[in-house]
Design a protein around this ligand. Sequence first.
Ligand code: DON
Length: 563
Amino acid sequence: MKRVLLILGIYLMAFGCGEVQEKPQPATTGLIADKAMVVSAHPLASEVGKQILAKGGNAIDAAIATQFALAVVFPYAGNIGGGGFMVIRMADGATATLDFREMAPLAAHRDMYLDEDGEVIENKSTLGHLAAGVPGSVDGMVKAHEKYGSLPWAELVEPAIQLAARGFPLTNREVAGLNNRRETFRQVNTVDPAQYTREWQEGDSIRHPELAATLTRIRDQGRDGFYQGKTAALLLAEMARGGGIITQEDLDGYEAKWRPAITGTYRGHKIITMPPPSSGGIALIQLLESVEPYALHEIGHNTADYVHLLVEAERRAYADRAEYLGDMDFYNVPIQQLIDRSYILQRMQSFDPEHATPSDSISHGDILVESDQTTHFSIIDTKGNAVAVTTTLNGAFGSKVVVGNAGFFLNNEMDDFSIKPGYPNMFGLIGGEANAIAPKKRMLSSMTPTIVEKDGEVFFVTGSPGGATIITAVFQSILNVIDFGMGAQEAVAAKRFHSQWKPDVIMTETGALDEATVEALKKRGHKFFDRGKIARVDAIKKLADGRLEGGADPRGDDMAAGF
Ligand code: DON
């Protein structure tokens, strides 16, 4: 428990999804637009997406351009050296999800982060070259464009090239984030990444000429501009200098995959979300089904009864996550059983409104198994197509390795595998066989890009970074709009809480619950841990009159842009 809290404390400082710097109080209503909108973690990336929409591009075009722009202006999590998930709902109701999650290199093996005694070697799965999975973002964007793109590929990559080549002003939050990590960047890298080891001042502009050159190759050669030729050669040279294991065969073998969406219903709304290797979609449907029988609006937002109910549902969902969820290309995930309503009702039968259930007394449910720091953006275009993308390097700036002379960060996603059964990852999440390391396998994720539909139309697009807290943040954002009638901005700004089965504790944002509520919950057996801030949700809500409201999380520099 102590170690897990320590991990969570470090996580809070290092990946807190928003270095703590207060902004003025958020407006209760977000940007309202008539036709189309992008909400992302960075104003410049939102603007890039908006320009693509204004040119007549569709939501997928805008998502591709926003993804590349974030790789430049928000290297904290935006990336070409990482991976992510895209959930799509076209205006005609068709849905799709794209899995561009990183894959384990061919030379990866189950015990690669353990010493001879079977103990975990500190930092090996989180820092430096061995922490990186084979990146998926560029192949993902290429596949998204092939299937749904309407504007030429080059036009979607170009804005990111311009930002990297011309430079852009750093926000105060970014100056702090970069300066705080200078020493780590210096230690981990084999070629000094000058932009990341020098000291920045407020108001400075930053340029990324090497990244501009890499993006130019991607613009001109598509997939081959990253997985072949000069970029691949630079990545392999980086691996050789730093003792990494990614090979040309790994790059050739990387493949983003289309997967059918996970769907469910909640109070007459259709929920469209991400299947494995995300655990988020399944857990989200489980959570919504667990609380649907209760009149949340009457119970009241963030009251003791409300927190107690949600936490008890979360305890059960995260216990299932640890047992059953992993890459379904490798492990038979019993999706339908896990989201079956009668199974969820049976899981909630042990719910006691007066007492917390100790996590040690909760295990995963019995299912017949036949065999064995991230960023989110939401987009709706002029035609009503919607896209939710969550993308990540895992920790802040991933493995902290910048590919020498190529200007981009590599992820540290390998830590999302269960590196030893029962050993917590950097988000305190545990797992076992389902999420053990194997070559070409994708590590389990919590990323939960989600689209909510009402009366046959898009109603809410949501998602978040935040490791383990992503699922519960997305869950609360949906309850906020459906059960409490909040607007998008109010829903993302509302204070959050989180629990994940183990550690057996309720994590709260500072000020989320008043003292009397905390005392009432302690009497029922709950323990508390103040996390400062939790997650960073960026969402769009369709209003009754058809206009769009952006919810840009005030915990970061997030911004809505629309017209
Ligand atoms: O895929 C996952 O669940 C994690 N790699 C997400 C990491 C994350 O959200 C970090 N952000 N604060």
